[in-house]
Each structure stands twice: as C-alpha cells, then as structure tokens.
Design a protein around this ligand. Sequence first.
Ligand SMILES: Nc1ncnc2c1ncn2[C@@H]1O[C@H](COP(=O)(O)OP(=O)(O)OP(=O)(O)O)[C@@H](O)[C@H]1O
Ligand SMILES: [Mg+2]
Length: 313
Amino acid sequence: MKLFDRQLVFVIGKGGVGKTTVACSLAISAAQAGKKVLLCEVDGVSRAAQLLGVDPAEPGVAGPVVDGVSVMGIEGSAALAEYLGMIVPVRRFLQAVIKSDLYQYFVAAASGLKELMTIGKIFYEAELERPGGEKKWDLVIVDAPATGHGLQYLRMPRAARDAFGAGLVRREADRVVQLLTNPKRTAIHLVTTAEEMPVNETVTMAERVRDELEMPLGVLFVNRLHSEQFRKSDIEALMEAGRNSRQSDIRQLMFDVAARALEESGWSRLNKRYLRQLAKQIELPRVELPFVFAEEFGHPQLLQLVESLEGGK
Ligand SMILES: Nc1ncnc2c1ncn2[C@@H]1O[C@H](COP(=O)(O)OP(=O)(O)OP(=O)(O)O)[C@@H](O)[C@H]1O
Ligand SMILES: [Mg+2]
C-alpha cells in the first residue's frame, strides 16, 4: 500500500515502542505532500503537541496548524460531553447534568462508554465536510494508547452495534464499523521495535486486528533500529591501543568507545534477528526507522525520521 492512500489511520502498538513518534512523523510527511492532516492523540499526555512544538489545545479542539498538521487531544469524557451538547441544545441544562454526581457515576461505571465516544469523535472528524462537500481532513491519524487499551477502542463500535438490536445507537455504531472495516478508507498501522517482547505482542496484535476486529492492516513500522556492526578485530584493536596508551584519559576514552561499539553491535545483531522473525510472522509492507541518537528526542530528531520515511517510500 502507499503510505497516504487512506483517509483514516490508526497507529497502534505496545507501550513505549514509538507510536506517538511514528504518528507525528507520518503527519508531517503527509502534510509535506500537501495533505490537510489532523493528528489525534487519544488519552495521551499531549506528547504529540510537545514533539511538534505547540501548546496543546483543549480536548476535542483542533489546535493551530504547525508543520502543516493540526493536533487534537481526544479524551472520552470530553467527547461524551461534546456529543451530549449536540443532542441537548439547552446549555444550562446540559451543564447541570454533566456536573451532577449521578452523571459522573454513570460515566465512570458504564464500561466502554468513553472508548465508544472517543471513536465516535474520530469518526465525526473523519466524516467532516467543508461547505463544498469536500472532506475537511485529507488524513486523520490516530495515535492510540498502548496495545490492550488501543484494541479496546477499536472493539467498542462493534460491541455497541451487536448490543443494540435497533435504533439510533445501532445505526450510528454500524456506520462507524463500516468506516473502520473499509480497506479503501482505513488502515491500522502497527509499530514495534525489533526485540523479543514487542515482536511477540505485535504478532498477536496483528492476528487480533485481522481475525477478530476484521479491520484492514496497513504498514508495520519497525522503530529504533540499530544497524552499525563493528568488526570484532576493530574493537579489539581499539582496546589494545587503549591498553598501550600512557595517558589515562585517552585510555579511558578508548575503552568507553570500544564498550559503546560492542553494545551497538549487540543491539544490531539482536534487531536483525527479530527483523527476520517479523518478516516470517507478519506479512505486511514494512518501514524500518533508525534509532536516532540524541540527548533528548525532540523536533529535529522527528524531522530525521520524516526523512527516513520518505527514503523508504
Ligand atoms: N527512532 C527513535 N530513535 C530514538 N528514540 C526514539 C525513536 N522513536 C521513539 N523514541 C523515543 O522512545 C520513547 C517512546 O516513544 P513514544 O512516546 O513515541 O512511544 P509510545 O509508543 O507513544 O509510548 P506510549 O505507549 O507511552 O504512548 C520516547 O522517549 C521517544 O523519544
Ligand atoms: Mg504515545
């Protein structure tokens, strides 16, 4: 598949593998290709806004455009309140309901309601049209929470559709399921690192998305790849030179460099092994992203990943 030929993409994966980073890189890359992009961070900590260097807007509101991308934080309770605002027109009355203990209790107790509302909000944004009938967003990218929870969001519309026999909720849920399972419009991208636990989890996740949710998988992003392999003889020569050096600071420097080289080679070998496993177990187009070394990963590092994405296209 081409990276940007769908309108709605979800970026899912195990905790900490780089979902937010990949979602931001995708967003910038698509915007550079001229697309109007909305990046939705679900239940996050505004990391996406931070990486893009903007102040987060309030939940449910598209923030200002930066690098061609608008960022929106989506949070279940806010999405529910917004939805109720559409069907309960009297604002004063609505505020009273939302502030009531009963409502708070109901929202906390109704399992899945927040997830349902979150997906509903994403659906709404993906379907939004400008006055001429053109879609407001060419691309909506959803930065999902970590694995189990991310799948829970995707599962909710189908659960709601099956739970309600007829009527408004069933019809609405059905429309959302139609969009999520439509391979012409939607793709679920997976992100992993090439290490044992994330790879195993990703294999299971891919099966669930395909077999249980019946949603179209997109691309497998393998993030934070180490690729330098130093020859053993080079590392040994470095150690030897260190031992022969009479200056203690130079000696230490050489040992440190040799240790880093060893470590890097070790990571590269390990990554290579799990890349092979991924190739065997997940039949999806793959995009490999390098480990970007920096004291702190920020906007410049993000732009490096955008370049890698473009190189891989
Ligand atoms: N290609 C990369 N090179 C180096 N560091 C990276 C790379 N991609 C991500 N990171 C770093 O890895 C950490 C986790 O990344 P990120 O926040 O994108 O993961 P996540 O999957 O969204 O995490 P969470 O599950 O907590 O939402 C961050 O510190 C990020 O800066
Ligand atoms: Mg994240």
